[in-house]
Design a protein. Sequence first.
Length: 354
Amino acid sequence: MKNAALDAALDAALEVALHVALGRWTETVKPCLGPLVRAVDDFTRLTGVAVDLPIALFLRAHLAGLTPPGRASAGGSCRLLETTDGWAAVNLARPDDHASLPALLGLLGAPGMDLPTAARRVSSAELAYGAQLLGIAAAGLGSAGADRPPVRAERHGERRPRDLAGLRVVDLSALWAGPLCARLLGSAGARVVKVESRARPDGARFGNPDFYRWLHDGQESRVLDFASGALSTLVAEADIVIEAARPRALRRLGVHAEEFLAARPGRVWVGITGYGRADDRIAFGDDAAVAGGLTGRDAHGDPVFLGDALADPVTGLYAAHAVARSLAEGGGELLCVSMTACAAALAGSRVRPC
């Protein structure tokens, strides 16, 4: 027979042990968390859902057995490289990025050299520009600046205030930031549909399975042929859409954020990008954090990574708060959420690591 009291005691003990394990991660970023704590607290006020910040930021690292990073990111794909005028991050996150490395060295005028040596011959902007030309995520430290808010709201539809409970969320995003936003909205009572392309499944499926389950537990899963027209039909049924695609890519599939918002009052569209919807540069969590200046310092005063792809969960939290705020005010908004701007909001400075 099941012992409920014993199960509860074991769950409580595991919770304490987990937070002890997450403590070393949390301490490194605590000085930066003020703006994020305020956003999360307001999300709780609006929805009644408490957010466990250490879990949201560091559960993936804990489940994967990662250790706090230094000059290399926790996951190992991104590196901080010294340049002639500072530091830049280059993220070789995919096989194609490694295949493009000889071409990048050629662009930098350093064929045959290793990347750290080549980086020391050029400026941060030159290194990042050359990498981005080849589709490699890269950024100079603090290059995103601090003049852009984490979320920009554009009104394209009529207002109609609504609670999250029972609303239909169609999540077209992948990896971490968008799915974390969707998970939090689901915790507040929304019905979340996780949508993937049959030709291009979510890359997070090939990462830690426990973390993937944590992000998507309780959600409906749909795998579609995006070219069939089924995507536009599914989006038409939504109250909230979350995506992290280039706007023109969705338009080619017959999906238009502005038309979606104008079609029915109170809807919300969340567009997550690296640098803004008008900027096609690619970004992942580690390099986006560096672009926003969200780094630490080592004993020599040189920059080191903070957390695990930190701009990803930070962006997901900001996005979820923005949706809750928008719904409370009537919706009808396109929420443009920039990963680099979210990181910069925490860093609080263009170039000074927190």
